[in-house]
Design a protein around this ligand. Structure first.
Ligand code: FES
Ligand code: FES
Length: 156
């Protein structure tokens, strides 16, 4: 069945079964491999995208459930004000180690900054708790979110 969804501002069509995970559609149908597969069970956060600005695990989100939502992925989050600030801070502080988890980390951090321009440590911990990093970049991630927040005088 053909499903029409909006990805990064563009209308896209995927001819797949309705229970196909959004992550599969992004990667295998649309060739957008920036969003990563980790656990496939909503446990690691590697597959995080935004659905109408809300961070969501694309590995457990079926294509038939996103028909009316705007999907934003790591390929375009830098076009948003919050995403731009987060990506700059990530580069400034050299957050990334192996990189595998980082698309998901950036998507969660960008959604946090967009909804809460000046998050507390508790806000950061709460927003990022579902994103696992096997390389242990958590300290740099928190510092980068704080740096991005300092440059955030308005809602992202
Ligand atoms: S791959 Fe989706 S949360 Fe791990
Ligand atoms: S940077 Fe390697 S898993 Fe996070």
């Amino acid at each position: 069945m053909a499903f029409k969804i909006k990805v990064n501002g563009f209308d896209r069509v995927a001819d797949v079964d309705g229970d196909t995970p959004l992550l599969w559609v992004l990667r295998d149908v649309f060739g957008m491999t920036g969003t990563k597969f980790g656990c496939g069970m909503a446990l690691c956060g590697a597959c995080t995208v935004h659905l109408d600005g809300t961070p969501s695990r694309s590995c457990i989100t079926t294509i038939d459930s996103v028909a009316n939502a705007a999907v934003t992925t790591i390929e375009a989050v830098g076009d948003t004000a919050a995403g731009q600030k987060i990506q700059k801070a990530w580069l400034d502080l050299e957050v990334v180690q192996c990189g595998y988890c980082q698309s998901g980390q950036i998507m969660s951090a960008s959604a946090l900054l967009a909804s809460n321009p000046h998050p507390t440590d508790a806000d950061i911990d709460d927003a990022m708790s579902g994103n696992i990093c096997r390389c242990g970049t958590y300290v740099r991630i928190r510092e980068a979110i704080k740096q991005a927040a300092q440059s955030s005088g308005q809602r992202g």
